[in-house]
Design a protein around this ligand. Structure first.
Ligand code: FUB
Length: 351
């Protein structure tokens, strides 16, 4: 019986090394991909035939947990690569630190990356010195960096969770998240905050839910090429999903993949903890709600990416298996299947 050791991610958390024996039945569908640092919000891509994962880097901090996610107080990012889908991820170290971004003050949340003409673009949200989330970009000649951040955030950017989708020659950024992600404070087009509770500034339950955002990227990938638009998520009767429909409404963690000519917009439903999806005919939508891809994971947040590797689809996600703490997460991966009719088989991360 060979022991498997799950090592503490962060010595400061004083977690004990845990010994699990192989004859213990795991309740989880998948194993943590990384265990020497805490990782979350994995954005996976295949660049030049190799898998790269751009996650958040969770850390312990002295900040108390609250509904705005202040305890997610991350300050830098690592990048990981995998030679194949079964390989151990390799940690390429820190690719960007908050101190290297002139406009950013704190909370380096879920990032993404894109490749264009041999250059790599790393997109990341952070709060600026007015405590407003903006989205920045850093550029490198290699997928593993070193990345150099632009001096200013992307003009007209706000909220968080950027995800960049390539459709032929065009690239689109999707973004946004409510509550701590502040998207509800931008309903007028300006930042308006009428209260400190994260759900202040939300629409009434019977009004359309707050929509995620999309903009085409400029040729140099550093700015939006157009005024950002809202992404509509409709029910099967063509009606916008309502704000009170917490099982189905958009909360955060936008991602888009394309399969058989259709565009799949997937996202977290936040306080109901699902990764849901909706299908559309073009990158702008509207997208029609279909169902759940990934049921709730252990931990409050659920955040994913979807990538095709060697003709199979995979969902990268996270949970809190190693730490048991909501803000100290570990990334995972599972195979994902499209049915012949285009719907996606629901995955239970707890088996
Ligand atoms: O990691 C910080 C935040 O938690 C992300 O930006 C959200 O999507 C949620 O996973």
């Amino acid at each position: 019986m060979t022991p498997i050791y799950l090592l503490s991610c962060n010595p400061s958390t004083e977690k004990q090394t845990e010994e699990i024996t192989e004859n213990e039945e795991s309740k989880y569908l998948s194993k943590p991909l990384v265990s020497h640092v805490f990782t979350a919000d994995p954005s996976a891509h295949v660049f030049n035939g190799k898998i790269y994962i751009y996650p958040s880097h969770d850390v312990e901090s002295e900040i108390d947990q609250d509904d705005s996610g202040a305890h997610f107080n991350m300050r830098d990012y690592h990048v990981f690569s995998m030679e194949s889908i079964d390989a151990e991820p390799v940690d390429h170290g820190v690719i960007l630190d908050v101190d290297d971004v002139p406009w950013a003050k704190r909370q380096m949340w879920a990032p993404d990356a894109a490749e264009k003409d041999g250059k790599y673009y790393f997109y990341f949200p952070a709060k600026d010195y007015d405590d407003i989330f903006r989205i920045g970009v850093a550029v490198a000649d290699s997928p593993t960096g070193p990345f150099k951040a632009e001096d200013e955030p992307i003009k007209g950017s706000f909220s968080m969770d950027p995800a960049v989708f390539q459709d032929g020659e065009e690239y689109y950024m999707y973004w946004g998240g409510i509550w701590g992600g502040q998207l509800q404070k931008w309903r007028t087009g300006e930042y308006v905050s009428t209260g400190d509770r994260p759900y202040d500034d939300e629409p009434e339950d019977d009004e359309p839910a707050i929509a995620p955002m999309i903009a085409k990227m400029s040729d140099d990938m550093l700015q939006f090429a157009e005024t950002p638009r809202q992404v509509l998520i409709l029910d099967k009767d063509g009606e916008p999903i309502k704000a009170g429909d917490h099982e189905r409404r958009f909360f955060e963690a936008a991602w888009v993949h394309k399969h058989d000519g259709k565009y799949y917009f997937s996202y977290s439903t936040g306080d109901t903890h699902n990764i849901a999806y909706a299908i559309g005919d073009n990158p702008y939508g509207p997208f029609t709600y279909q169902g759940v891809i990934l049921q709730p994971v252990e931990g409050w947040t659920n955040h994913h990416s979807i990538v095709k590797v060697d003709d199979k689809w995979y969902i990268f996600y996270h949970d809190t298996e190693i730490s048991g703490e909501t803000h100290l997460r570990n990334i995972k991966m599972a195979e994902m299947t499209h049915n012949p009719d285009g719907t996606i088989q629901t995955i239970n991360p707890m088996k």
